[in-house]
Design a protein around this ligand. Structure first.
Ligand SMILES: Cc1cc2nc3c(=O)[nH]c(=O)nc-3n(C[C@H](O)[C@H](O)[C@H](O)COP(=O)(O)OP(=O)(O)OC[C@H]3O[C@@H](n4cnc5c(N)ncnc54)[C@H](O)[C@@H]3O)c2cc1C
Length: 420
């Protein structure tokens, strides 16, 4: 099959590698002319790491990452709101705090090594499925970019191509987002803990140890400062001293990173979207990653889900040999299979992040009262702690304490559960 993949983010890179490995002809289109990552550090879950292992880059990522053993959230009165440790689920389990640059460069390096063609500086703005079931892509000047058997749309939360699907049921912005920056953390002062401090629901700072961009670089820590989206400019305009004073009023742990800020221009705004598609595929077209299900990063699952999508896509088309000329019906059936495989897992995280986000980031400050009273004790109750941890590692498929085995990640067979 000749496959077009739009978007060279994690979802697009991982899908390209899987499909290329299966022998398909892959063309990867990327809007940016310079192939470089934009974004803060992120927490990779054990599920996502398994996918990276299957792509053969897991150990390279581990080499760059800072292992994260614990999530700790306290409120401004010092009360513990959240305290979970991966080891409570399985002794050797950790998350991986990675710098987006390290993840991007590693996947891109692999893409280049295996010889996948990346067409950068090409914005794909429209597709047309012709009468034979093949899909043609067009750029901003409405010039045809070619015709393909399969289109994988991985163009991120603000996907242009998503507008062409009739299955989008929600694509909205959250009122709150974050201003973030990445600082050096040479002495690993922030340890192996993702730590957060909350002031009711209207203030929050998070410190995520996020590894190195490259092996010879310093380890980093990514700092997230919760702000209403419409206040990004005002915070930046108020100046550095005002920003530092706000941060210091919430926590005394920020001085090593604040010392590295010389201008509010270093604070980058990130808005969060909530995207739901009733079906992620239509004929020869499938949406994966944030294009299909962008969500607030409250649960730290976006990249993880993108990797699981790419893995499920590869499994779903595994019975199509690269030398086949599959009928459009056969391709469409494979994509429907992929949509079904991913549905329960994605739905769980969409709902969970939609419910949880206002509890941590909203103007409804009273929500912090039950949160601060209940969540800390819940972390100590065996079954509830397990549900929280299973949610964290990315395996949940429903609210029940057990998760459906999607063939992606059976639990507790977590170390070998991704089927090839
Ligand atoms: C502040 C913040 C913190 C986060 N923390 C975490 C975390 O801890 N853990 C986690 O797992 N996730 C986290 N996420 C979510 C995560 O960043 C995303 O879910 C993930 O990057 C989605 O990957 P993607 O490949 O789907 O999209 P993207 O990474 O957005 O990639 C899309 C690509 O498509 C390209 N593109 C766009 N339009 C076009 C076009 N028309 N033509 C061609 N190319 C195009 C873009 O340039 C881009 O390269 C966080 C997000 C934010 C905002």
């Amino acid at each position: 099959m000749h496959v077009a993949i739009v978007g060279c983010g994690t979802a697009g890179q991982a899908a390209s590698l899987f499909l290329h490995r299966a022998g398909h002809r892959v063309t990867l289109f990327e809007r940016s002319s310079t192939l470089a990552p934009v974004g803060a550090g992120l927490l990779l879950q054990p599920t996502g790491m398994q996918v990276l292992d299957q792509l053969g880059v897991g150990d390279r990522i581990r080499h760059l990452a800072t292992p994260v053993e614990r999530l700790l959230g306290i409120n401004d009165a010092g009360r513990t709101v959240l305290d979970v440790r991966y080891a409570d689920l399985a002794a050797d389990l950790v998350g991986m705090g990675v710098h987006r640059g390290g993840l991007f460069a590693t996947l891109l390096g692999e893409t280049e090594r295996v010889g996948i063609g990346v067409l950068s500086g090409v914005s794909v703005v429209r597709y047309v499925v012709d009468t034979s079931g093949r899909v043609e892509l067009f750029d901003v000047r409405d010039v045809s970019l070619g015709t393909f058997d399969l289109l994988v749309v991985a163009d991120g939360a603000k996907s242009l191509l998503r507008g062409q699907s009739k299955h989008v049921t929600r694509a909205s912005l959250y009122p709150y987002g974050a201003l973030w920056f990445v600082a050096d953390d040479p002495g690993l002062a922030y340890g192996r803990t993702l730590s957060q401090v909350y002031r009711d629901t209207r203030g929050m700072i998070g410190f995520l140890p996020s590894g190195r961009v490259a092996p010879h670089e310093h380890p980093t820590v990514s700092v997230f400062w919760s702000v209403r989206r419409d206040q990004f400019d005002a915070v930046q305009a108020a100046g550095l001293d005002a920003f530092k004073a706000s941060v210091r009023s919430l926590t005394d742990r920020a001085d090593p990173v604040l010392a590295q800020l010389s201008s509010t221009d270093q604070l980058i705004g990130a808005a969060y979207m909530d995207v739901v598609m009733s079906r992620t595929c239509d004929g020869p077209v499938i949406f994966i990653g944030d294009a299909a299900h962008a969500m607030s990063p409250q649960l730290g699952q976006g990249v993880n889900l993108a990797l699981l999508d790419a893995h499920a896509l590869a499994r779903s088309v595994a019975d199509i040999s690269p030398d086949d000329h599959p009928t459009p019906t056969r391709i469409a059936e494979s994509l429907i299979r992929c949509d079904r495989i991913r549905r329960a897992n994605v739905r769980y995280y969409q709902l969970a992040s939609r419910w949880l986000t206002p509890v941590f980031q909203s103007r409804w400050s009273l929500l912090s009262l039950p949160r601060d009273a209940c969540m800390g004790p819940m972390c100590r109750v065996g079954l509830l702690r397990r549900i929280m941890l299973e949610s964290l590692v990315g395996i949940k498929t429903g609210a029940m304490p057990w998760s459906r085995d999607l063939g992606l990640m059976g639990w507790p067979r977590h170390s070998s559960a991704l089927s090839h």
